[in-house]
Design a protein around this ligand. Structure first.
Ligand code: SAH
Length: 258
């Protein structure tokens, strides 16, 4: 449910300036500070966006809020970013945990970006019987998460976890947290009532299966856990990346932060 801080944050987002380029920087951001753009950022600012001396950029590092900075080029390949003032305070990290069976690269990239845009704060890859890929490039996952955060005005950087087998995930699950399981074999019941009952829960998790779906054994393993709530995402089978957006929208709208 929305807190005062959420509403305030949302209000700021309404006036938010989406024109100015936002950059994630792995540096402390403080009054009067300067940040040296890395080579790819300098190239992007100076040669792709062709920004000139004194142009504005917005910087964030996931801890110190968002800061307005001015560009000070030094040649065509480097530039210093001079901090002017903090434009937004650092909000609390999102607690929504998005658990997913990794997909093939292009769909996986898409799914990670959408999960971040939709407010996932923890990205947890889950290895299931039908998962098509066995290892996942966590660095690439993090890069996709950062790119989505830069584009969408998000200030808290999602936590990118290492892949974990489904059985292990469930055995180590904090039973105080609800795991919303998108069950393609569920009856087509509208999920909104199940989700409405979860309003006010401090932290929620969602689980989306692989293109090949969950095995019967996995489904049984999930359904017998007291912290699992199975939901249907309608009468049609959705592709996993579609299911990701559908589930995140339903959850955020009915018991999340929309
Ligand atoms: N077995 C099917 C389903 C896979 S879809 C197949 O082989 O294509 C991938 C995942 O998206 C599912 O494991 C489930 O988590 C989710 N999903 C897709 N359609 C769904 C639906 N109608 N209801 C609930 N979850 C769904």
């Amino acid at each position: 449910m929305k807190t005062q801080a959420d509403w305030a944050n949302a209000a700021v987002m309404e006036r938010y300036d989406f024109k100015t380029q936002r950059l994630y920087v792995n540096h402390a951001l403080k009054e009067g500070g300067t940040v040296e753009a890395d080579r790819s950022q300098a190239n992007y600012l100076l040669n792709v966006l062709r920004l000139k001396e004194g142009a504005n950029v917005l910087l964030f590092n996931g801890m110190d809020g968002e800061w307005l900075a001015k560009i000070q080029p030094s040649g065509r390949k480097a530039c210093i970013l001079k901090l002017v003032r903090r434009t937004r305070p650092q909000p609390a990290a999102y607690s929504l945990r998005y658990c997913f069976a990794p997909l093939k690269q292009a769909r996986l990239d898409y799914m990670i970006q959408k999960a971040v845009e939709m407010g996932a704060g923890i990205l947890q890859p889950v290895l299931t019987h039908h998962t098509q890929i066995s290892k996942l490039n966590t660095e690439r996952m993090r890069a996709n998460a950062l790119e989505a955060a830069e584009q969408c005005g998000i200030l808290s950087i999602p936590k990118c976890e290492e892949p974990m087998k489904l059985a292990l995930l469930l055995d180590h699950w904090d039973e105080g947290q609800t795991l919303i399981f998108a069950d393609e074999s569920a009856d087509g019941k509208n999920p909104l009532q199940t989700l409405a009952d979860l309003r006010g829960q401090s932290s929620l998790s969602i689980l989306i299966g692989p293109e090949g779906g969950f095995s019967e054994e996995e489904r049984a393993m999930l359904l017998k856990r007291p912290f699992v709530r199975a939901i249907s995402l309608g009468p049609r089978i959705l592709r996993a990346d579609t299911a990701a957006v559908a589930a995140l929208a339903a959850v955020q709208a009915s018991c999340g932060d929309w």
